[in-house]
Design a protein around this ligand. Structure first.
Ligand code: NAD
Ligand code: LMR
Length: 328
């Protein structure tokens, strides 16, 4: 076991996602079975009592890797020296809302948290934003943390990626592990583009294996893109355990690498594939040595082009809105 624990911050720790996420981190699912972790949990003041209860349950689980837990409502104290920050704390949408509708309410959370991370986080800090609208919230945090390299700010589209794998596997009667090169492009929103043209199943493209453009366009893509809303309709609350699992998948792969495999991460665009610079958009990436790289050299046909451009345009609109609100 390595000597010094990794410090992981989780915001919104008393919320629904937190209730699943904290126990997965403490069990070693983020940094692996040999690395102790210290949890730093941020909440708003009224939620601190509930958070104390969650900490009692963490204690009662006697996790061998859990080296310590600190809680608080002051970001500068809680983020002091943290190596990975999971920014989950934000309001979820309700029925009939789009995630972008949360921008005004939630955007204000991520500027101060970016500033606090800039001031007190460890030099190797990595930031994963789950709170919605995740892509633009990550942009806000990044813009408020000028001393942290931009590539250390990412947003979660891994839940969409996992949904895309599950829907495709069900259609083809294969296991999710039989599918490689899945990718989500664009925003964590209804405009996202789950790409079956580059996904591979049994040595051929998933689109070829399905051979039904109508199903891809009118069933598959909307099912994946609107899955969050379907869960809100069914559960009366937004996805929580699957969102926690995806947050773990994202952060673990960023820390430990993907062994050449593709995953979807929302990262600052460098202009790859014509996605405008200055927005945090989802791409297929590989990760090695703690650094993500956008997969290069893919051919993009007209159908995919239209989908990628539409989602990028939505992200540019969100960026313009938060600029007008003075958040970046
Ligand atoms: P929740 O309402 O159960 O919990 C959110 C928690 O955040 C609350 O305990 C609240 O007190 C806390 N909080 C609010 N402002 C805070 C602040 N400034 N600092 C620290 N904590 C703060 O919500 P949830 O179900 O846990 O979802 C959290 C967020 O994650 C929502 O915005 C939701 O839409 C989003 N989400 C994203 C994905 C994704 O794939 N990116 C998936 C699911 C949910
Ligand atoms: C999801 O995709 O499940 C979350 O972003 C919650 C939501 O609002 O859809």
């Amino acid at each position: 076991m390595s000597a010094s624990p990794v410090k992981v911050a989780v915001t919104g720790a008393a919320g629904n996602i937190g209730y699943s996420l904290l126990f997965r981190i403490a069990a070693g699912d983020l940094f692996g079975p040999d690395t102790p972790v210290e949890l730093r949990l941020l909440e708003v003041t009224p939620a601190l009592k509930a958070l104390e209860g969650v900490v009692m349950e963490l204690d009662d689980s006697a996790f061998p890797l859990l080296a310590g837990v600190q809680i608080g409502d002051d970001a500068e104290k809680v983020f002091d020296g943290v190596n990975h920050a999971l920014l989950v704390g934000a309001k979820p949408r309700g029925p009939g809302m789009e995630r972008g509708d949360l921008l005004k309410d939630n955007g204000g959370i991520f500027g101060p948290q970016g500033k606090a991370l800039n001031k007190v986080a460890a030099d190797d800090i990595k930031v994963t934003v789950t709170g919605n609208p995740a892509n633009t919230n990550a942009l806000i945090a990044m813009s408020n943390a000028p001393d942290i390299p931009n590539e250390r700010f990412t947003a979660l589209t891994r839940l969409d990626h996992n949904r895309a794998l599950a829907q495709l596997a069900a259609k083809l009667g294969v296991k999710t592990t039989d599918i490689t090169q899945m990718s989500i492009w664009g925003n964590h929103s209804a405009t996202q583009y789950p790409d079956l043209f580059h996904a591979q199943v049994g040595g051929k493209s998933a689109a070829e294996a399905i051979n039904d453009q109508d199903w891809i366009e009118n069933t598959y893509i909307p099912t994946v893109a609107k899955r969050g809303a379907a869960i809100i309709d069914a559960r009366g609350a937004s996805s929580a355990a699957s969102a926690a699992a995806a947050t773990i998948d994202h952060a673990r792969d960023w820390q430990l690498g993907t062994n050449g495999g593709w995953v979807s991460m929302s990262v600052l665009s460098d202009g790859s594939y014509g996605v405008p610079e200055g927005i945090i958009s989802s791409f297929p990436v590989t990760v090695a040595d703690g650094k993500w790289s956008i997969v290069q050299g893919l051919e993009i046909d007209d159908f995919s082009r239209g989908k990628i451009d539409a989602s990028a345009k939505e992200l540019q609109g969100e960026r313009d809105t938060v600029k007008e609100l003075g958040l970046i």
